[in-house]
Design a binder for this molecule. Structure first.
Ligand code: GLY
Length: 351
C-alpha cells in the first residue's frame, strides 16, 4: 500500500513535487532527505492534528536522522493571526534556527498558510514542506505557494507567494477527519470540476469519489493554473470561483460558517449571477450536486451586508471587481465589473 502513490511536478518560481498516496507520512523523512539534507526541522501543527499524529511525525523525522521540534497552535481559523505568526517566528529564533533549517507545516489550511508565511519571513526565507492533513489543504491551500494570515479587516489580507520544497499528502490521514471537515474539501473539489474540467465534474455525481485519483486530478488542475499565472494576475483568479461571496459569508459569520460551507454557498450565488451577465444558468444542477454532498446552500445575509465585506476583497482593483462566473459545468469566465454592479446583481438574486 505505502508504495502506491502519485507524483506531480510543479515548475513555478520554485520547482517541487507533490506526492499523493496512502501511507506517505511514513516516508516523509525519505522524501525530504534529498531536498533538505542535514538540518533541523520545526514542525508546525494544530491541537487536533497534534493529538492524533504529533508523536508519529516527530518519530518519523527523528528516525530519519532529523533534529526535530514542534510548535502547536490551537485548531481553528482564529489561529491564522499576526500574534501566532510572531510567536512562531520568535520560537524559531529562540531555538536558533538558521537559514539552512526547515519548517514542516503539518495540518490543514490554517497551519499551511501560517507555516508558509513564517517560512517566507524568517531570516528572509527558509525552506518549508507542506504535509496537508485535510482534503481542502490537499487540493488547494498546500499547492501553489499562497501563504497568509488574517487581519481584523479580512481573511488572507497579509501574505506572500512562497513555494514549498515539497508537498507530501498522505491520503490515509483523511480517514480520521470529522465529516464536516472532509465535506469542506469536497466544495473545493467540485469547484475544480466547474471551473476547468467537465470530466472531473461528471465523476463527482455519485459520492464518494475515489480519493487518490480525485486529489491528484485537482492538484494537476491547480498546478497547470499556477504554472501559467503564479502571481495571480489572470487565470489563477478562476480558482476563486465561489470565494468572493464565500469569504464574505465566512467573515460575516465570524468564521462560524466554515470555508468549504461558505464556498459552496458562494458558488451558488455566483451561478445565480451568471445569467444576469449573459452567461449560462447552471444553478440548479450545481445546487443539486452540492446538496448531494450535504451542503446547506442558504445565504443568511443581505446583499448590502455581503457587498460591504466584498469592498475589502483583495481582488478589487480600484472601483472594479472580477467575478468568476460559470459558462457551463466545466468552464468559467473571469468577468470584471464596477463594484456597484456587484451590489445590484446581489440585490436581484438575494431575497
Ligand atoms: N486558493 C486559490 C489560489 O491558490 O490561488
Amino acid at each position: 500500500m505505502t508504495n502506491l502513490y502519485k507524483k506531480i511536478k510543479v515548475s513555478a518560481s520554485g520547482s517541487y513535487e507533490i506526492i499523493i498516496g496512502d501511507g506517505q507520512l511514513a516516508r516523509l523523512g525519505e522524501h525530504v532527505r534529498p531536498l533538505l539534507g542535514d538540518c533541523r526541522i520545526a514542525v508546525l501543527t494544530d491541537s487536533n492534528v497534534d493529538a492524533l499524529y504529533g508523536d508519529r511525525i516527530l518519530s518519523i523525522l527523528s528516525a530519519s536522522g532529523y533534529d526535530v521540534c514542534k510548535y502547536v497552535i490551537p485548531a481553528g481559523e482564529a489561529s491564522k493571526s499576526a500574534e501566532n505568526l510572531l510567536a512562531f517566528l520568535d520560537f524559531l529564533a529562540r531555538n536558533r534556527f538558521t537559514r539552512s533549517d526547515a519548517i514542516v507545516a503539518f495540518g490543514g489550511g490554517v497551519v499551511g498558510d501560517l507555516g508558509g508565511l513564517s517560512a517566507s519571513l524568517y531570516l528572509r526565507g527558509v525552506p518549508y514542506v507542506q504535509v496537508p492533513t485535510t482534503l481542502l489543504a490537499a487540493v488547494d491551500s498546500s499547492v501553489g505557494g499562497k501563504t497568509a494570515i488574517d487581519i481584523p479587516a479580512g481573511k488572507n489580507l497579509v501574505g506572500a507567494f512562497y513555494q514549498p520544497r515539497l508537498v507530501c499528502c498522505d491520503t490515509q490521514l483523511m480517514d480520521t477527519l470529522p465529516a464536516d471537515i472532509y465535506r469542506d474539501g469536497c466544495a473545493e473539489v467540485i469547484k475544480y470540476g466547474v471551473i476547468l474540467d467537465a470530466g472531473l465534474y461528471a465523476s463527482l455525481q455519485t459520492p464518494p469519489f475515489d480519493r487518490i485519483e480525485t486529489v491528484a486530478r485537482c492538484v494537476e488542475i491547480k498546478r497547470d493554473v499556477v504554472q501559467e499565472d503564479e502571481f495571480d494576475n489572470g487565470k489563477r483568479g478562476l480558482l476563486n470561483f465561489g470565494h468572493t461571496f464565500g469569504h464574505a459569508i465566512e467573515k460575516l459569520s465570524n468564521f462560524a460558517v466554515s470555508h468549504g460551507a461558505a464556498v459552496a454557498k458562494g458558488m451558488v450565488i455566483a451561478a445565480k449571477v451568471a445569467p444576469l451577465c449573459g452567461l449560462a444558468d447552471v444553478e440548479k444542477p450545481l445546487a443539486d450536486l452540492l446538496s448531494r454532498y450535504g451542503f446547506d446552500l442558504g445565504c443568511p445575509y443581505t446583499a448590502e451586508q455581503l457587498y460591504d465585506v466584498i469592498l475589502s476583497d483583495k481582488k478589487r482593483r480600484g472601483g472594479r471587481l472580477t467575478l468568476v462566473l460559470p459558462r457551463s459545468l466545466g468552464e468559467c469566465e473571469l468577468v470584471a465589473m464596477p463594484v456597484e454592479d456587484v451590489l445590484s446583481h446581489l440585490k436581484a438574486i438575494l431575497p
